[in-house]
Design a protein around this ligand. Structure first.
Ligand code: ME8
Length: 641
C-alpha cells in the first residue's frame, strides 16, 4: 500500500466528561490508523473538541464560569485522557482555535458570495441537545427522539444555506457510490432520508439569543450555527485551502462517527463541501452505540462508564481489545464488566496468552533458552503455513473494510490453530529421546514463529502488551513490518528471556480484592528518601536502570488524595503508567509535559487498582516533593548514568 490515509473522529462536545463511547470511537480510529501504517500508508489522525453553541453556553452558565474558561477545562480533560488509552493522534483541534474560526468565516463568505446563503424569517422547533431544528415528523410524543425532551419554539430571522438545491446531486452520489458509507445499512438510511424533500439549513443564531459562537463574516448580529462551525474542523485542521497537509491528506479523508450523527455527516456535510468547492470525503465509517446492561448510557440513570476506571480494571490493552472485539462494527453492543472479563480470560489469558507461555517455556527448557532450529517441515507445518498466509491477508481485508471485530476474531482463530497444532504434535512427548530432537525443534520453532506473526497482527490493538510479547520472543529491537508476517523469518538461536505470563487470568472477585489490597499498600507506601542506608557497591547501583521520560499526561488517582498517575514516554513503543505520591504538591496539569528521571526496571506494583511500571524521581524540599527534571534537549528514553 503506497497511499495516504486521513482519518478523523467526531470532535466531542465539552458539555460533559469523556465516557466509554467517546473512548470507543477514538480507540477504533487509533486502531485503524496503526493498521494502515502497518500496511504501509502515510497516516494522519485528527481528533478534538466542539466548543460552541447553546448547550455549551448553558453548561458554562450553570457552572458559574465564563464559557472560555469552561471549555478550556473540559477540552483539556479529553486531551489528557487519550495518552492514557494509548491513542496517538497527530492533531487535537478545538473549534475555539483562531485558525479554525478564520477558516469557518472564509468558507461562509465564499458560499454567501455565491448567493447560496439568504436571510428569512423562520419559525420552528429547536432541540438544544441536538443543536438543530427538528421536523414535526421526527418528534415522538412531542419530544426529540434522542433526548426525550420537548424542543423549544423559536421564531426569528436567520440565515439559511440552500441545502435543498443539492438534494438531487446527493441522492445520485449515494446511489452510485456503494462504498461511500460503511456499513451499508447507514447508506440505506441516508437514501431513505433523502426520499423526503430536503429543507434549507438554518446556519445562524441571532446574538440576542446566543453569543457563544463564531460571528458571521457578513452580519455581526449573528453567530454561526454550531454544526456548520464544527463540521468544518476536518478541513480547517489541515489548513484548507492551501496547507500542505490539506493537499496531501484531504483526497483520502475518512470520518469515523457514531450512528447518532449520521444525518449531519451524511447530508449536511457533503452539501456544505460541494457548495464550498471542496472534494467530498472518501468514506463515512459509522459504528453503533454501547449500551450498559441493556440501557442507553445516560447521566440521569447514572450508568455512564468512565473509560479510565475500566482501564484500571482491565489494563489498557485488555480494554482496547474488548472494545474492538466485542462490538460488531456498525451494530449496538452491550457493555458490562463481566463480558469484558470473560472476553479477556477466553481470548487473551486462555487462548493467546497460553500459546505464548507454553511455546516460550518449552523452547527455553529444551533449547538453552533460545529459539530452536526449525528442522524438517512436514505436512502439518505446511498446512499451518498456508492457513497463516491466507489468514494474514484476510485480517488485512477486514481492516481495510472497517471490520476490526472480524479481524480480531480471525487472529484468535489463528492462535487456536497453533494451540491445536501443539496439542496434536505433543512436543512434551518428544523431549525424552534424542532421535525426536529434530521434530521437537520443528514443532517449537513453528509455534514460536506463528506466535510472532500473531503478535504483529495484534500490535495495533494492544501496542503495550505486544511490545512485551516481542521482548519475550527476543524481538524487542525488530521493526514490525507487514511483509515479515510470513513463516520462517524467526531467527533460530534468538535468546528467549525469562518472562512472566503476558495475560494472567483475572477473576471478577480478584479485581475488587486487589483494590482493597492496594488501598492498604498505598497507606504503607512511603515515597520519602530512606533516613540512612548501608553503603552499596557500584554494581548494586548499576542494577538500577534510570531513564529520561516525558510525562505525556497525568491524572489524579480516584479515591486517593496523594496519588497521581502519569503516562510517561520512555522512548518505547507505548507509554508507561507510573504512580507517584505527589498529588499534594503538583496538579496533573503541572506534571504534564515535564522531562523527568524514571527508575525503569522496578517490578510493577499495583496501587489503588492501577499497575505502576516505574518510579518518577523527586527530591525532598523541606518536607515537600520537588520533581527532578532532565535538561530540555535530552530525548525520552536516554539513559541516566
Ligand atoms: O455529537 N457508544 O459530540 P458528542 C458509542 N460535537 N459511541 C458513542 C456513544 C455510545 N454510547 N455515545 C457517544 C457530537 N459516542 C458533536 C460532533 S463532529 C463535527 C461534531 C461517540 O460529544 C460517537 O462517536 O455528542 C458519537 O458520534 C460521538 O461520541 C458524539 O459525541
Amino acid at each position: 500500500m503506497n497511499e495516504v490515509f486521513y482519518v478523523t473522529t467526531p470532535i466531542y462536545y465539552v458539555n460533559s466528561h469523556p465516557h466509554i463511547g467517546h473512548a470507543y470511537t477514538t480507540i477504533a480510529t487509533d486502531v485503524f490508523t496503526r493498521y494502515m501504517k502497518l500496511f504501509g500508508a502515510e497516516t494522519y489522525f485528527l481528533t478534538g473538541t466542539d466548543e460552541h453553541g447553546q448547550k455549551i453556553a448553558e453548561s458554562a452558565a450553570n457552572s458559574g464560569i465564563k464559557p472560555q474558561e469552561f471549555v478550556d477545562k473540559i477540552s483539556q480533560e479529553f486531551r489528557n485522557l487519550w495518552p492514557h488509552l494509548h491513542i496517538e493522534n497527530d492533531q487535537f483541534i478545538r473549534t475555539t482555535d483562531s485558525k479554525h474560526k478564520a477558516c469557518v468565516q472564509q468558507i461562509l463568505q465564499k458560499i454567501f458570495d455565491q448567493g447560496e446563503i439568504y436571510l428569512k424569517e423562520y419559525e420552528g422547533l429547536y432541540c438544544i441537545g441536538c443543536e438543530r431544528f427538528l421536523d414535526e415528523a421526527e418528534l415522538e410524543n412531542g419530544n426529540c427522539p434522542d433526548h426525550q425532551t420537548p424542543p423549544e419554539f423559536h421564531k426569528e430571522q436567520n440565515y439559511f444555506f440552500r441545502m435543498s438545491s443539492y438534494q438531487a446531486w446527493l441522492s445520485e452520489e449515494l446511489m452510485k457510490n456503494e462504498n461511500w458509507v460503511y456499513p451499508a445499512r447507514y447508506r440505506n438510511e441516508l437514501i431513505q432520508l433523502l426520499k423526503n424533500p430536503l429543507q434549507d439549513l438554518c446556519i445562524s443564531r441571532p446574538k440576542s439569543r446566543l453569543k457563544w459562537g463564531i460571528e458571521l463574516p457578513f452580519d455581526n448580529n449573528f453567530v454561526t450555527y454550531v454544526w456548520f462551525d464544527a463540521l468544518l474542523n476536518y478541513a480547517s485542521a489541515l489548513e484548507w485551502p492551501n496547507g500542505e497537509k490539506f493537499k496531501k491528506f484531504w483526497p483520502n479523508v475518512h470520518h469515523t462517527i457514531g450512528k447518532d450523527i449520521l444525518k449531519t455527516h451524511g447530508i449536511y456535510w457533503p452539501c456544505m463541501l460541494k457548495a464550498a468547492g471542496i472534494p467530498v470525503f472518501k468514506k463515512l465509517v459509522v459504528h453503533g452505540h454501547w449500551v450498559v446492561e441493556g440501557n442507553k448510557m445516560s447521566k440521569s440513570i447514572g450508568n455512564v462508564v468512565d473509560p479510565l476506571a475500566m482501564k484500571d480494571q482491565l489494563g489498557v490493552d485488555g480494554l482496547r481489545y474488548f472494545l474492538m472485539r466485542d462490538m460488531s462494527f456498525g451494530e449496538d453492543s452491550n457493555f458490562t464488566k463481566e463480558l469484558a472479563l470473560t472476553r479477556y480470560n477466553a481470548d487473551l489469558a486462555n487462548n493467546f496468552g497460553n500459546l505464548m507461555n507454553r511455546s516460550i517455556s518449552m523452547s527455553r527448557k529444551n533449547f538453552q533458552e533460545s529459539v530452536p532450529p526449525p528442522g524438517a517441515v512436514g505436512n502439518q507445518e505446511k498446512e499451518l503455513h498456508e492457513y497463516f498466509a491466507k489468514g494474514v491477508q484476510k485480517c488485512r481485508e477486514y481492516i481495510v473494510t472497517f471490520q476490526p471485530h472480524r479481524a480480531l476474531e480471525h487472529v484468535l482463530y489463528l492462535s487456536s490453530k497453533v494451540n491445536k497444532y501443539i496439542d496434536t504434535c505433543k512436543p512434551w512427548t518428544l523431549t525424552k529421546d534424542d532421535k525426536d530432537r529434530d521434530r521437537l525443534g520443528t514443532v517449537l520453532y513453528t509455534a514460536l514463529d506463528m506466535t510472532r506473526i500473531i503478535v504483529g497482527l495484534l500490535d495495533p490493538v494492544m501496542p503495550k502488551k505486544m511490545y512485551t510479547a516481542r521482548k519475550n520472543l527476543g524481538l524487542e529491537q525488530e521493526v514490525i513490518r507487514f511483509s515479515s508476517f510470513s513463516p520462517g523469518l524467526l531467527e533460530p538461536g534468538t535468546k528467549l528471556p525469562k518472562s512472566n505470563p503476558l495475560f494472567p487470568k483475572m477473576q471478577a472477585s480478584n479485581v475488587d480484592q486487589d483494590n482493597l489490597k492496594n488501598t492498604q499498600s498505598e497507606k504503607k507506601s512511603n515515597y520519602s528518601a530512606p533516613e540512612k542506608k548501608d553503603q552499596i557497591a557500584i554494581h548494586d547501583f548499576q542494577k538500577m536502570e534510570l531513564k529520561v521520560g516525558r510525562i505525556k499526561s497525568c491524572r489524579k488517582v480516584p479515591k486517593s488524595s496523594k496519588l497521581l498517575c502519569s503516562e510517561v514516554d520512555l522512548g518505547e513503543n507505548y507509554l508507561r503508567s507510573i504512580i507517584s505520591g505527589a498529588a499534594e504538591f503538583y496538579s496533573p496539569e503541572e506534571m504534564t509535559g515535564r522531562l523527568v528521571i524514571v527508575v525503569t526496571n522496578l517490578k510493577p506494583v499495583k496501587l489503588m487498582g492501577i499497575i505502576s511500571e516505574g518510579m518518577i524521581l523527586f527530591s525532598d524540599d523541606n518536607g515537600k516533593m520537588a520533581l527532578i527534571e532532565a535538561p530540555d534537549h535530552v530525548d525520552p528514553g536516554v539513559k541516566v548514568r
